[in-house]
Design a protein around this ligand. Structure first.
Ligand SMILES: Nc1ncnc2c1ncn2[C@@H]1O[C@H](COP(=O)(O)OP(=O)(O)OP(=O)(O)O)[C@@H](O)[C@H]1O
Length: 680
């Protein structure tokens, strides 16, 4: 052990003692709170009869205050215990210009020595910590509310401390992150996504700490850390704006429940609370008042994969275009100008002129169309009251309301939507009968019309929206998101990982909906070995991708003589995995039907089938489809049935790309008959 390591080990012990002391102090105060709380409750119980309302309210408030302080102490203890396990992961010694050199230890949370009010550990999100990610040795600076602080970094170290023990220490003169990053990436996968605070890269740090962007669009290649960064960005914003934003003000829009479960640990690991999340279908159901049964996105994609139906494709393609959104907008203008068929209205002896009705209707141009009638109705009543100089009967009031609604061509959103296609001259593009299931491509168009016709205010509380897998959403969906969520947004995805090429969006498409967006491109890929990344490039070439230099086995392409042999090969591969020492294997099929077939063949091998209805992601052998595997990762991936017969369309190609890019260390594909052209 050299002198540096000796010193660091000793320092670690000092910090651990300080932390342990802080834990004891919190314990004491928690004990005190709970006994005070108990006493207070007992006092109230015994003296209830003698207390008036004001006493009761005061006593209640004081109990609430105690409970709140107690809960704060418990949260603080949780953070301290976490720090005891791993107090810090980095250190920079910074000398501000004209100042003295100070060591800055950086960890997941901050820790202040109470007596001297000295920062012993800085939170990774603190302004000073940003230099750890942004600079090597030499000149450096960081921002503070009173301007930038310039200075020099004279020393930079990285540590791995686990269970309170220093596992390694790296002194970095040149490129700080490489060695530790390599170690991190070479590890086995987990059942939950991990935080990456110790190895955030400079370009990633810039995205995480961007405070200005009202809409941030991250287009990143497979495995570039988009999801990780977006979650760290949320943690950063929660820290930076802690007075105005808390976890409950954020909403994550995930592609499915399994993905939501997979990412659910990152923020709690960083000391933040669990963030509310939802999926597009849930949002749509809510925005449609749960009035319609509709196909899910998963079902739409499965239908596309299982049959080639040109009319179905045409419907999806049209409804995913910008043209569709602009036609909907034109139609709404047409409705506004032509569908209010006003005529003179008689109430008792008073005639309400047609022009007055039209003027009132137009006057409310800021109010959604169907919401204008109650307002116009109020105006008409006032007009009649003044003209007739008397109060109106209830019957007359109702007559006015009914007459006005009758003057409008339709009153339900669905009627307008159907009419839209007639107006367009393409009634064949809408297939729906009352009581049937709506096609997924119609769902958000209907939501959009509803918002424009009836208005919406249900999500005003959300202060930051995170949208993952942006390539899977269409312009109409973005138009809905932009109207429903009037807040800052982080939107991320990869146009090469679309699961439905007929309804995919690129960063450019999204920029058209959010012209104010800051668009960032991430081209470095961290997940897979160079060999796997290169292999996936055969399917969908992307000249911009930069794989991180980490090597492994060449992906295997196994040719079998017929399906029987292929199934036997799969069994053997799964058995081999079980003795490989890896944590997770994903067997990723093209369709849900194929996944079920493989499940039958692998009966008894402890394989878990992930379906559209699954809510949890576990370690071990997972059998699923490419669509559901999106966003997840496995140590090892097997893609079965990569024959020319099975993978031939554009949708198939996307699925194959998504499936292969899920592998971190090892990839094997099996086929019988002719190999798909995408791999030749
Ligand atoms: N700076 C980093 N340090 C350590 N690991 C990283 C870093 N950046 C990314 N990774 C790792 O790379 C893998 C991919 O990250 P993530 O899932 O966030 O990427 P993604 O761009 O969302 O991927 P995809 O679009 O393919 O689903 C994860 O295992 C993540 O921990």
């Amino acid at each position: 052990m050299n002198a540096t390591e000796q010193e660091e080990r000793e320092y670690l012990e000092v910090i651990k003692e300080q932390l342990a002391l802080a834990v004891r102090r919190v314990d004491d105060s928690v004990r005190q709170f709970s006994s005070e709380l108990r006493e207070k409750k007992e006092y109230i119980h015994e003296n209830q009869s003698g207390m008036d309302d004001a006493d009761m309210v005061a006593a209640g408030q004081s109990i609430d205050r105690m409970a709140y302080t107690g809960a704060g102490a418990v949260a603080r203890k949780r953070k301290l215990l976490k720090l005891l396990q791993s107090p810090y992961f980095g250190r920079i010694d910074f000398k501000p210009a004209g100042g003295v050199r100070v060591p800055v230890y950086i960890g997941v949370h901050s820790f202040v020595e109470e007596r001297q009010r000295r920062g012993l550990i800085y939170d990774w999100r603190a302004p000073i910590s940003s230099m750890f990610y942004d600079y090597e040795l030499g000149e450096a600076s960081y921002q503070t509310p009173s301007g930038p602080i310039q200075g020099r970094i004279d020393l930079k170290r990285q540590y791995k401390i686990q269970d309170g023990r220093l596992e390694f220490l790296i002194e970095n003169g040149v490129n700080i992150h490489d060695e530790v990053l390599q170690r991190e990436l070479a590890k086995s996968s987990d059942d939950k996504m991990k935080n990456i605070v110790a190895t955030i890269q400079r370009d990633q740090n810039a995205v995480i700490r961007n405070e200005e962007a009202s809409v941030m669009v991250i287009q990143g290649v497979a495995g570039s850390g988009k999801t990780s960064i977006a979650l760290h960005r949320i943690a950063f914003l929660l820290y930076r704006f802690r007075d105005s934003i808390s976890a409950k003000d954020i909403l994550i829009l995930s592609p499915n429940k399994v993905f939501a479960d997979y990412i659910s640990n990152v923020l709690p690991e960083l000391g933040e609370e669990h963030i509310p999340e939802t999926v597009m279908e849930e949002l749509a159901a809510d925005l449609l008042g749960n009035q319609f049964q509709f196909q899910t996105f998963f079902e739409q994609v499965s239908a596309l994969l299982e049959q080639h139906n040109p009319a179905f494709i045409e419907r999806i393609r049209f409804k995913s275009s910008f043209e569709f959104l602009s036609q909907l907008n034109k139609y709404l203008l047409h409705v506004e100008n032509n569908y209010f068929n006003a005529s003179e209205l008689r109430v008792g002896r008073t005639a309400v002129p047609r022009q007055l009705l039209l003027d009132k209707f137009k006057g409310y141009h800021r109010v959604p169309l169907l919401k204008r009638f109650p307002l116009v109705s109020d105006d008409v009543r006032a007009y009649v009251r003044t003209a007739a100089n008397r109060k109106l009967t209830n019957g007359e009031k109702n007559t006015i309301g009914e007459a006005l609604t009758r003057m409008f061509r339709f009153n339900t959103v669905l009627d307008f939507y159907r009419d839209f296609y007639r107006w367009l001259g393409r009634p064949e593009l809408f297939r729906y009968e009352h009581g049937q299931t709506l096609e997924y491509a119609d769902v958000f168009a209907l939501v959009y019309l509803r918002i424009r016709l009836e208005g919406i205010s249900a999500y005003d509380h959300v202060k930051h929206l995170l949208v993952d897998e942006m390539q899977d959403y269409t312009p109409v969906q973005y138009a809905v998101l932009s109207r429903v969520f009037n807040c800052r947004k982080t939107i991320l995805g990869d146009v090469n990982q679309m699961v439905n090429p007929y309804s995919a969006s690129s960063a450019e498409t999204i920029e058209r909906v959010f012209p104010q967006a800051d668009v960032v491109r991430l081209n470095r890929s961290y997940r897979s070995t160079v060999e796997i990344t290169k292999f996936a490039q055969r399917i969908t070439p992307n000249p911009d991708i930069i794989p991180l230099e980490r090597h492994g086995q060449e992906p295997g392409l196994m040719r079998c003589n017929g399906q029987g042999e292929e199934v036997e090969t799969l069994k053997q591969l799964v058995a081999n995995f079980k003795t490989s020492g890896s944590n997770s294997l994903g067997v990723i099929c093209k369709t849900p039907k194929q996944a079920e077939q493989v499940q039958q063949a692998l009966e008894g091998q402890g394989v878990q089938l992930l379906t559209e209805d699954s809510t949890h992601f576990k370690e071990g052998v997972i059998l699923t489809t490419a669509h559901l595997a999106k966003g997840l990762e496995f140590d090892e991936v097997i893609v079965p049935f990569v024959s020319a017969r099975n993978f031939k369309t554009e949708v198939d190609k996307s699925m194959l790309y998504v499936a292969c890019t899920r592998a971190m260390h090892r990839l094997t594909l099996t086929y019988s008959g002719e190999l798909t052209a995408f791999l030749q």
